[in-house]
Ligand binder design. Sequence first.
Ligand SMILES: *Cc1c(COP(=O)(O)O)cnc(C)c1O
Length: 366
Amino acid sequence: MGETAWREISLSAIASNCRTIRAAVGTGTKIFACLKHDAYGCGAERAAAILADEGIDAFGVVSLADASAVRRGAPGKPILMYPGIGPWDVDLVRDLDLTISISGEEDLEGWVSTGRPLRAFVKVDIGLWRNGAAPSQIARLLEICAAHGNLVIDGLYAHLSEFGVAGSSAAEQFARLTILLDELARDGRLPETVMISSSDSLLSYPGMDMDAVDPGALVFGLTGPHHGRRNITVRPALKAIKARIIAIKQCDDSMGPPPALPGYRKDMRLAVLGIGWGQGIPRHLRPGMSALVKGKRVPIVPPAHLEHLRIDITGVPAAELGDEVLLLGSSGADRVTLTELAAAWDTDEVGVSCGLGGHLRRIYVA
Ligand SMILES: *Cc1c(COP(=O)(O)O)cnc(C)c1O
């Protein structure tokens, strides 16, 4: 297709991860697949379609672009908008049949004043210190909704603070929620669906499954090696990052004094790949990284350029123009794993998948 670079996304990995999560949570807990950031770089429309085929219950997204992609891929499924849109988007909310989030009195009043019939989830902040109303404000929000007929509250949810990072405060966060739920239940105001668990807590705290869960990274196999309590094994949907050799040359002195490039050697056979930091490769790659050509590891010669990346193919005489080179994936008996690539790029699996440029073409493979 004339492509110089592309990523391969495995739809069967997404489908099998979905089945794995379903098997873990059982049928009594709904799964809202979080497809934010264009489904973590995997393409929201195709991801939504395959997940709908697998019987996913609903979706969660932040942007309207992602919401409309999900709507195209999964026409009948509920879509929860995480905070990010406002009452000025009310026409699209109706056209795309979206469930909005309420995270404070000000935005609630804005939505109420549209006068349109709307379905909403209330978002509560139990320790992330980001979007969502404080637990102390929830009863008042529900009161305002009850006083206005146009806004129906279908659920209450929270996103836990990333407790994998700085020691677990999961129990404290959960305790804040439990107190709130008890109060709401006592007043007969408990919404039908309560949801707080996403990837990290799904792996570690089965007791937090509740009515629904909304994993994102886990659906796309981006959680990396984990030590969670639950035996949930997922596969990365991002299977390969490939680029073609678009130029080859035998370096010699007529080009001038040898450059101070890490890994440069005299008389090196240099190949240029049609991929660069514009497609999401880190601009300042650390020295010592490798790519796979014809099943062999070759050194990458940093830094990356906007649309170009150099590799040293001195050790692979058979390499030729147009060859596919892998930055991620399997070639012959060797393989660069996503975890290995994430470490080399100073990020994690989510960082690699979400950091690839939107115009790096996706090829879907089974
Ligand atoms: C990002 C996000 C998720 C999914 O988080 P993961 O850690 O990727 O599972 C769930 N809910 C909300 C509100 C989010 O913003």
